[in-house]
Ligand binder design. Structure first.
Ligand SMILES: Nc1ncnc2c1ncn2[C@@H]1O[C@H](COP(=O)(O)OP(=O)(O)OP(=O)(O)O)[C@@H](O)[C@H]1O
Length: 762
């Protein structure tokens, strides 16, 4: 605070003057009842809100719900409305404290950790800053006193002290900002590490998006929400701690100062308390549910991001379909939904901040004017202990000026501090929103790991009670999973989708080493689902499943995943180069593997093993499938689960690959629609698409004969509609009837008939 500003303030009542008054009110209250006031304040701001919220649930909740619904209802945005994964209402209540405690335990696991060290350093800096402010206020008073006394020597000395003090003061200010950012970053790092651990444990990343519908955009929670939560927490810590320290220490200093002047302060204190309590009550009553609002905003942001990532992933398909119009309209709807939510928040903030400023700046200032006047008017010059206040030769003018300047500076700082504390409330409610989202993300991670899934979908079929049950709409896992060495045994296992639809009621089979199983059936009959269960992706809701560990089974899908990295990484995925070396495999071995799948040419074509590009786009569909097969030769599992993984590979290369797989001692479980692959299998599992299945030894010759007959028949029947149509035309031309057309009894034409017919028409 400069002296010119002080002189201005001392000579006329301006806005700064009113701040002095405000500060006086606050500090006198603080001086009288620090112990009882702040708990009351905290209670008003934090605890009582939840009580009131419960009382007002009917009215308040309804109104906020209306706001929540408004962006979607009756608007085109409705269809793009993100799914609400939870009905929890983030408020500053017991639940918020519970969630915050849970997250704080993660980010500060013990007092010896780095996070606690930075937090302590931050706290110390805040304390030092407060002491420096007090000292600066007192120094300011002394400088003004020397000016009034016209004592040049003392003035120069005090001014030098002032300048010297500026060095540590500015450093501490800068340090506080640095430590706040650092704190947010270390909190974030700790939380992200923990989240990644959970996300990649027990295939949680798959389960979260495929088996559970509560977290529709985990990527948003793992990035944006964690960042917002940690920066909001770190910011709030310094935003609340510093004002609290400021008010506590400055009030105490001011109280001591007032006592030394023998001023009365009881009546103004009571007035100030009443004003502050009423302000807090009003603000609490009208405060919008910022927590709920920002949580919804974050959710919509996540949905928008999800829609963008879908377009990037499926860009080629969309482009082929010319689907840009519909995709753009979907994106626009999502964006509009987000804008509506943001608008709602801005609008609510506009009125809330207006009221907050009105009460805290102007109403408080008006009351403060009374507070600052009372101690000066009622000053008796006799202290509480009965001693008299000694004045200087100038009749006490310089001493009163010093007192006024010091008090004024302390009061301004305290007023700022209390204003910051009060305005922090909306930041706390916003923190409640982020806390709710982040802690719910961890809750979902925990649940899916334990197999507790929640889906918003309606099942198409009724589950059968004997094998599996539902508790509150969720299927209960009653199946047994046992690890075996080299045999797959399935007993009375139901195949049930994540929606709860039963595809196969009870499946029993045994697959031993060297027993190559062909799996067939119509689309959607549950072939791939069986693989999902074998891999542990889908839960076992009933029966018994004995299977070798995941390292003994290798799954190759129809669209093999290409990882980010160099060419070598594609062949050895998901191993790293270190794993490869540990297994004693060299680049030469990899080249031999690529030769088996007829892909060795790409090493030269793409620029060697170290070549790095977007393999998803660089390799053709067939090449990607061959790469998938190459991985099987690299990993050499006991069982290879092949899910139509060679559908884009030429038949001759496919046959060579299958022969090599068998030669390598790998047991095949193949889903395919190609009869050319039958000969590589010994057994057949055939689903009928209606829940039934059949397991038998595969007689390829007999099956091929049947297949030939089927194809012949299909070919013959394919000509029927054309022949019928021609017969009708001839009848019309000749003006005659046909017995065959009128009776509908049309014989199936022979191959020769068809050939003759085709010939004639040509
Ligand atoms: N994540 C999922 N959530 C809900 N239902 C699913 C899920 N995945 C598959 N389904 C359903 O399970 C059923 C069986 O799917 P599956 O992928 O096993 O079929 P399939 O026999 O392999 O068919 P296709 O020959 O077409 O590949 C389908 O009706 C499908 O809709």
């Amino acid at each position: 605070m400069s002296n010119s500003k002080f002189l201005k303030a001392a000579t006329k009542t301006d806005f700064t003057g009113t701040k002095v008054a405000t500060g006086a009110a606050i500090c006198l209250i603080a001086a009288y009842g620090m112990r009882c006031y702040y708990p009351t304040f905290a209670k008003i701001v934090f605890s009582r809100r939840s009580k009131k919220a419960t009382q007002l649930q009917g009215g308040q909740t309804k109104s906020s719900d209306k706001h929540q619904e408004s962006p979607a209802s009756g608007s085109p945005a409705h269809s793009s409305e993100p799914q609400k994964y939870d009905k929890a209402n983030p408020n500053v209540d017991q639940n918020f404290y519970k969630q915050l405690r849970y997250l704080i335990k993660i980010i500060i696991p013990n007092i010896c950790c780095k996070e606690f060290g930075i937090l302590s350093l931050h706290t110390i800096s805040l304390i030092i800053r407060t002491f420096l402010s007090i000292y600066v206020a007192q120094l300011d008073g002394s400088i003004v006193q020397t000016i009034v006394q016209r004592n040049v020597t003392r003035f120069v000395v005090q001014l030098a002290k002032w300048i010297l003090l500026a060095v540590p003061a500015t450093f501490i200010n800068s340090l506080i900002r640095f430590l706040e950012s650092k704190l947010a970053l270390v909190f974030r790092t700790r939380l992200v590490k923990h989240a990644y651990e959970k996300y990649f444990d027990s295939q949680t990343y798959y389960r979260v998006s495929n088996l559970d519908s509560r977290l529709s955009n985990a990527d948003q929670c793992l990035t944006e929400d964690i960042t917002m939560f940690t920066s909001s927490l770190a910011h709030l810590y310094s935003h609340l701690t510093k004002p609290l320290l400021d008010v506590a220490l400055m009030s105490f200093t001011l109280y001591r100062l007032a006592q030394s002047r023998g001023a009365s302060s009881k009546t103004p204190t009571i007035i100030a308390m009443v004003v502050i309590l009423i302000t807090a009550k009003i603000l609490r009553a009208v405060s919008p549910k910022f927590g709920k609002l920002v949580a919804e905003e974050a959710h919509r942001k996540g949905h928008l991001r999800f829609m963008h990532s879908r377009i990037i992933t499926n860009a080629e398909e969309i482009a082929f379909y010319n689907g840009h119009q519909i995709e753009r309209s979907l994106l626009t709807r999502c964006y509009s939904a987000l804008v509506k939510q943001m608008d709602l928040i801005f609008y609510k903030r506009l009125w809330y901040i207006m009221l907050e400023q009105f009460l805290m700046k102007y109403v408080w200032s008006a009351s403060g004017l009374i507070m600052v006047a009372v101690p000066i008017i009622t000053a008796t010059g006799i202290r509480e202990d009965g001693s008299k206040v000694e004045d200087d030769d100038d009749g006490g003018v310089s001493e009163r000026t010093r007192y006024f300047t010091t008090a004024r500076n302390l009061l301004i700082s305290s007023a700022d501090a209390i204003e910051r504390m009060m305005s922090s409330y909306k930041e706390i409610t916003e923190l409640a929103g982020y806390t709710s989202r982040v802690s719910q993300m961890f809750e979902v991670f925990e649940d899916v790991k334990l197999g507790k899934y929640q889906r918003n979908t309606v099942t198409k079929q009724k589950p059968i009670k004997t094998n599996f049950e539902r508790i509150s709409g969720s299927l209960v896992q009653k199946g047994v999973v046992i690890d075996t060495e080299s045999t797959i045994i399935i007993e009375n296992l139901p195949i049930i989708t994540p929606n709860g639809d039963i595809i196969v009621q009870s499946l029993s089979l045994k697959i031993e080493d060297g027993m190559h199983l062909l799996i067939t059936g119509p689309n959607g009959c549950g072939k791939s689902s069986l693989f999902r269960i074998l891999n542990g992706l889908w839960p076992v809701y009933g029966g018994k499943l004995c299977k070798p560990p995941p390292t003994s089974m290798f799954y190759i899908p129809q669209r093999p995943y290409m990882s980010i990295g160099i060419l070598r990484d594609q062949v050895i995925y998901p191993d790293s180069v270190t794993d490869m070396k540990a297994k004693g495999i060299t680049d030469e071995d990899l080249m031999n593997i690529l030769k088996i799948v007829h892909l060795d040419n790409i090493v030269h074509r793409e620029g060697g093993w170290q070549a790095e590009c977007d393999w998803k786009d660089v390799l053709s569909g067939g090449e990607k499938q061959r790469m998938g097969m190459a991985r099987t030769f690299y990993h050499r599992p006991k069982f290879a689960l092949l899910d139509e993984c060679t559908s884009a590979v030429s038949i001759d290369v496919e046959s060579k690959i299958y022969l090599s797989l068998k030669a390598a001692g790998i047991t095949l479980l193949t889903i395919t629609h190609r009869p050319t692959l039958w000969k590589f299998h010994t057994h057949l599992l055939q689903f009928d698409g209606e829940g039934g299945w059949r397991m038998e030894e595969l007689d390829t010759t007999a099956r091929l004969t049947l297949n030939e007959e089927k194809q012949k028949l299909e070919h013959q029947l394919a000509g029927m509609p054309r022949m019928q149509e021609r017969l009708r035309e001839l009848c019309t031309l000749l003006g005659e009837d046909s017995v065959l057309l009128s009776s509908g009894d049309i014989p199936i034409p022979s191959e020769d008939d068809l050939a003759a017919y085709e010939f004639k028409n040509e």
